[in-house]
Design a protein around this ligand. Structure first.
Ligand SMILES: [Zn+2]
Length: 328
């Protein structure tokens, strides 16, 4: 869905405006039947407003005084209109156009700047349309069960998968979420498949989306497709979304087809986001050595230097099966 989101949001705004216009028409018809005197006042106000505009530029005797009287008269009539509506059980703006967002008058923009309500719509749209929606119903902290992680140490890992999760990863993540707007940290989750990296990434996404942050989740394959769209089709809206979202989750780094294009553009994306202090969460099934063998030095130096690294331990079948079960 993230392609073409701008059109969808623009449609959301035009639907809101059309709906408001329709409701206004109904309200005015009701007043026309119940309290038509309101419209007499409206007509008088409109006439005086025209007088005011016309006479503002005319050379007439005692202009200031005349204009000031006109303004007072307009104000008095407006008050009278409001009072009349309220006295009859209507809100004072009953016969005026009402906005869901007064700041941008339901256009999404204040001048050329996006209104804060635009982002709320984007989050909603993203939530509603993405495959993520169904995923996040089960992949969230409510369903996170530490018991899936073994208390047995395996291989040469210094701690058990459970200890690793309990003492290092979860406390860090909780803290990260609590301080999310202020933190500048990027996270790199790595370790073998089936250790819960994607599950935890989804938990993080859900938590932040629920708080109104824009989280974009892409697999590394998706992101390469997106970067092609940006590069060859000049999709600025998409670029803007990838660069400016509150958190970009890049899942399964290493599974994409690695080409000159993907390496260059991936580096550019990482670099731009780091320069802009825009947060990322990357996960990979590759160990650090394999990441350095797979990617150029300039990519890995960013990954190892600008990200907080978390190794997910254990190749625990219980984690795999339980997580798998939760996905369904
Ligand atoms: Zn707005």
């Amino acid at each position: 869905m993230i392609r073409g989101y701008a059109e969808e949001i623009s449609k959301m705004y035009s639907d809101i405006r059309e709906n408001e216009a329709r409701l206004l028409k109904q309200r005015r018809e009701k007043i026309q039947n119940d309290l038509p005197v309101v419209f007499n006042l409206e007509k008088k106000i409109a006439k005086l407003c025209i007088d005011l505009a016309v006479n503002s530029f005319k050379d007439i005797d005692d202009r200031e005084n005349y204009l000031s009287n006109l303004k007072n008269e307009i104000t008095n009539l407006r008050v009278k209109k409001s009072e009349l509506l309220v006295a009859n059980g209507y809100s004072q703006d009953y016969v005026s156009l009402q906005y869901k967002c007064n700041k941008c008058k339901d256009t999404g923009y204040i001048g050329s700047t996006k209104c804060s309500c635009y982002k709320q719509k984007l989050v909603k749209l993203y939530y509603k349309n993405s495959y993520h929606n169904s995923m996040l119903a089960s992949n969230n902290f409510e369903h996170f069960n530490i018991d899936y992680y073994s208390t047995q140490r395996t291989n040469n890992d210094p701690r058990s998968p459970r200890k690793n999760m309990e003492d290092t990863i979860i406390p860090y993540v909780m803290d990260y979420l609590k301080n999310f707007p202020a933190t500048k940290n990027n996270l790199l989750f790595y370790g073998s498949s089936g250790t819960g990296k994607t599950f935890l990434s989804n938990c993080i996404a859900k938590d932040l989306l629920d708080k109104g942050f824009l989280v974009i989740y892409r697999t590394s394959d998706d992101i390469i497709h997106d970067l092609k769209k940006v590069k060859f089709e000049n999709d600025h809206n998409l670029e803007n979304l990838l660069l400016n979202c509150d958190l970009l989750i890049l899942d399964d780094l290493g599974t994409e087809q690695i080409t000159d294009f993907s390496s260059t553009e991936l580096f550019n994306l990482l670099n731009k986001k780091l320069l802009m202090n825009k947060k990322m969460l990357i996960s990979s099934n590759y160990a650090l050595e394999k990441l350095s063998r797979t990617y150029s030095e300039r990519i890995t130096s960013r990954l190892f230097g600008d990200f907080t690294l978390f190794k997910f331990y254990g190749d625990d079948i219980r984690i795999k099966t339980n997580l798998q079960r939760q996905k369904q």
